[in-house]
Every structure is written in structure tokens, then in C-alpha cells.
Design a protein around this ligand. Structure first.
Ligand code: NDP
Ligand code: GDR
Length: 373
């Protein structure tokens, strides 16, 4: 077992929660930065949370924000981490068009602030740094499949900010000899995925529809193609990147691509719902042509349960992403363990369980309002 110390920004997010679990299982002392919010924002890590009065904690949370360099310096100085995982970000591509400056401040300058904090504390030769880079860097793709040498063409304020973060990480590696890596991770999901990303929106809303809690799922571009993996597999690669002899950048992907429409079909099928598509563009509809099994008592044949809403179209779209993870396979031994069908099953089962609980409450006069987007 290791006695290393890790610091995770974004520990309350999807990846941060899986990475914290993984590092704890390896014997790390894990420190995480959480943002101050008006209500609790630690639901993904509550199962591993240790209260401040517990002796000999191995999970320690600090209030902080990537937009505040004084606090990053103070945390780095105090924690003196062996490894820093910079997962914190305004990570929603569509929202980055609404909040471009905040996205740049957090995702681009936040990365710089963290690297500088490490340097200012004199840890640049000892602390290893992981940067959460993204397949969004490829944007308008210049080559298929995309690999480490494929030119970038970012298509959103999020991707442009992440491009700065990518290059400043490379720059600190080259300028100061820091062990700093970029993981260029393609989309990865799980039952802990934020509810407004397309996969989770689909599994959650279809589960609600199946239970009669919601009438219809509204989506944007269903032709978008993505290379979807499971977050649990991907965080292990984040760790492995920091365990090599020399720092390097890696694409992590499955090498298989599906459309948003296919993801909807797979999720519906898990609930025993078979869909037929009609119309096109904003007229496109998914109508139920068969319902089997007991998991969808709230719907019937003929119901329109999916519709396109142009409000979810983006000012500039990333139509297709497909990764080539050959380098990670050869150098890190990357083999994804969880397949897309297994992941869809897990996500639908988790959201169906939640929907059934809400239904039970609603049936007994305790209706719960669920947030939507
Ligand atoms: P999430 O959106 O689930 O988590 C983001 C985390 O960052 C949350 O803990 C959030 O806090 C925190 N955060 C947001 N703004 C700030 C800030 N200003 N200061 C400090 N922390 C902040 O993202 P994922 O876990 O899915 O992704 C992790 C990282 O990997 C992100 O950087 C993302 O851009 C990148 N990435 C993700 C991919 C994916 O498919 N999931 C693919 C490629 C890259 P809070 O909980 O309070 O909101
Ligand atoms: P993405 O993920 O933009 O790839 O970024 P998201 O799930 O938001 O979108 C994937 C594709 O689905 C299309 N889409 C919709 N998306 C959302 N969110 N809501 C909808 O209603 C909807 N309808 C269709 C989108 O247009 C897009 O083409 C994610 C984030 O985790 C980033 O932080 C990360 O860097 C990349 O993955 C890799």
C-alpha cells in the first residue's frame, strides 16, 4: 500500500469521486478541493466522507476555488502533494457559450494558477501533475480516428479554454522539468454523471417517463457521434499516467462510436421500450411501437416520448468524435473493462431505481419536484 499524498481539484464531480475511491483503495491520503455552495454539494463522495473530528483521516476536504490563486497556494503549501489531479472545471460545453469568461477563468487560468502554486511552493521537481484534457480539443475533426498527434480545432469556449490548459501543462513540463501530463479523455459516463450531460439526461428522463413521472424527453442534435466509455475505467488511467518513468500525453478512448439517437434507443430498450423515429430536424420524434416487461408501466404504444427541441442546439457543434487509444494500450496497458451496453444497463437501472422511489412518494401524496434542463 502507498502512503502517497494526492490532491484532487473537482473531487465532488463524477471523475473526482471515482478517483478518490480508487486512490484510497491504493492507500493514498487524499485531499480534495470543494467549492463553497449554498447547499451541500458532496453527494458523490458522502459515502467516503470523514468528518473533521475523526482521527487519522485519509480523506480531507478543503474549501477552495480554481479562480482564487491565494487559496490554491495555501492548500498546496499545507498539503505538499506527491500528485495533483486537476479535474476541476466548468465542464459543460453548452454552458460555456453562456458563461465564456467564467469558463476561461476556471478551466484555462485555473490550470495556470495551480501549476504556479506548485512552482511557488518549490514543488515543481517533486509533485506530479495530471491535467484533465479532452477530446473536445479536436472539435472540427482534422483526422479520424483522433490520436495524440491529430491537430486541435476547438469549437466552444470550453474547448478553447481547455486548449490553453493543455498547452500550459506542456509548457511547464518543458520549461521547468515538471512531471506534467495531459490525459486527452473522450466522453466517459456513469450513474454519477451530471444530470445535464446527454447520456444521464436520457437515462434519467426515460426512467421518469417509464414510471409516468414525465411526458417527454427533449433533446438537441441526436446525430452527434461520440466515443463513450465508463468513468471508473478512465480514472485508473489518470493515475497510471502519473506512475510512468517520464511524463507524456495520452488519448483515452474506446475506439467505438455511437450516435445520441442510438444511445436513446439502447436506454429505451433497457426499459422494455421499442421506439420508431419519424420526421427530421426539429420535427424529429421518437414514438413507442412496443412496450414489454414491467419497467415501463407509465407509457403505452403510440406515445411520443422523444422530441427535438432546437433550444438544445449549440452555436457550434462537435458532430463526431472517435478516439484511437493505441498509445495508451501499448504504454499504459489500457483495456477498458466496462462496455457501452453494460454502462447503459447500469445507468438505466440506477435512474429507474430513483424514479420508482419518486413514484412511490408521489403515489402516497409526497410528490417530489425534480430539476430539469
Ligand atoms: P464534473 O462537471 O462532474 O465535475 C467538475 C468538478 O469541478 C466538480 O467537482 C465541480 O464542483 C468542480 N468545479 C467547477 N468549477 C470549479 C471552480 N471554479 N473551482 C474549483 N472546482 C470547480 O466533471 P467530470 O467529473 O465529468 O470531469 C472531470 C474533468 O475532466 C473536468 O475538467 C472535465 O472538463 C474533464 N473531462 C471530462 C470528460 C467526461 O466525459 N466526463 C471528458 C474529458 C475531460 P461542484 O461539484 O461544486 O460543481
Ligand atoms: P459533450 O457532452 O458536449 O460531448 O462534453 P454532452 O453529453 O453535453 O453532449 C454530447 C452530444 O450530445 C448532444 N446533445 C445534447 N447534449 C446535452 N447536454 N443535452 C441535450 O439535450 C442534447 N441533445 C443532444 C450535444 O450537442 C453533443 O453533441 C462532454 C463533457 O463532459 C466535457 O467536459 C468533456 O470534455 C467532453 O464530454 C469530452
Amino acid at each position: 500500500m502507498s502512503n502517497k499524498v494526492a490532491l484532487i481539484t473537482g473531487i465532488t464531480g463524477q471523475d473526482g469521486s471515482y478517483l478518490a475511491e480508487f486512490l484510497l483503495s491504493k492507500g493514498y491520503i487524499v485531499h480534495g478541493i470543494k467549492r463553497r455552495a449554498s447547499s451541500f454539494n458532496t453527494s458523490r463522495i458522502d459515502h467516503i466522507y470523514q468528518a473533521p473530528h475523526v482521527n487519522e483521516r485519509n480523506l480531507i476536504l478543503h474549501y477552495g476555488d480554481l479562480t482564487d490563486s491565494s487559496n490554491l497556494i495555501r492548500i498546496i503549501q499545507k498539503v505538499r502533494p506527491d500528485e495533483v489531479y486537476n479535474l476541476g472545471a466548468q465542464s459543460h460545453v453548452a454552458v460555456s457559450f453562456d458563461s465564456p469568461e467564467y469558463t476561461a477563468d476556471t478551466d484555462a487560468l485555473g490550470t495556470l494558477r495551480l501549476l504556479e502554486a506548485i512552482r511557488m511552493c518549490g514543488l515543481e521537481k517533486t509533485t506530479r501533475f495530471y491535467q484533465a484534457s479532452t477530446s473536445e480539443l479536436y472539435g472540427l475533426v482534422q483526422e479520424t480516428p483522433q490520436k495524440e498527434t491529430t491537430p486541435f480545432y476547438p469549437r466552444s469556449p470550453y474547448a478553447v479554454a481547455k486548449m490553453y490548459a493543455y498547452w500550459i501543462t506542456v509548457n511547464y513540463r518543458e520549461s521547468y522539468g515538471m512531471y506534467a501530463c495531459n490525459g486527452i479523455l473522450f466522453n466517459h459516463e456513469s450513474e454519477r454523471r451530471g444530470e445535464t450531460f446527454v447520456t444521464r439526461k436520457v437515462t434519467r428522463e426515460l426512467a421518469n417517463i417509464a414510471q409516468g413521472l414525465s411526458p417527454c424527453l427533449y433533446l438537441g442534435n441526436m446525430d452527434a457521434l461520440r466515443d463513450w466509455g465508463h468513468a471508473k475505467d478512465y480514472v485508473e488511467m489518470q493515475w497510471l499516467m502519473l506512475q510512468q518513468e517520464t511524463a507524456d500525453d495520452f488519448v483515452i478512448a474506446t475506439g467505438v462510436q455511437f450516435s445520441v439517437r442510438q444511445f436513446v434507443e439502447f436506454s429505451a430498450a433497457e426499459l422494455g421500450i421499442k421506439l420508431e423515429w419519424s420526421g427530421e430536424g426539429v420535427e424529429e420524434k421518437g414514438t413507442i411501437i412496443a412496450v414489454t416487461g414491467d419497467d415501463a408501466p407509465g407509457v403505452k404504444v403510440g406515445d411520443v416520448v422523444v422530441q427535438v427541441d432546437s433550444r438544445y442546439f449549440r452555436p457550434a457543434e462537435v458532430e463526431t468524435l472517435l478516439g484511437d487509444p493505441t498509445k495508451a494500450k501499448e504504454k499504459l496497458g489500457w483495456v477498458p473493462q466496462i462496455t457501452l451496453p453494460e454502462m447503459v444497463s447500469e445507468m438505466v437501472a440506477s435512474d429507474l431505481d430513483k424514479a420508482k422511489r419518486h413514484k412511490l412518494l408521489a403515489d402516497n401524496g409526497f410528490a417530489v419536484t425534480q430539476a430539469k434542463e
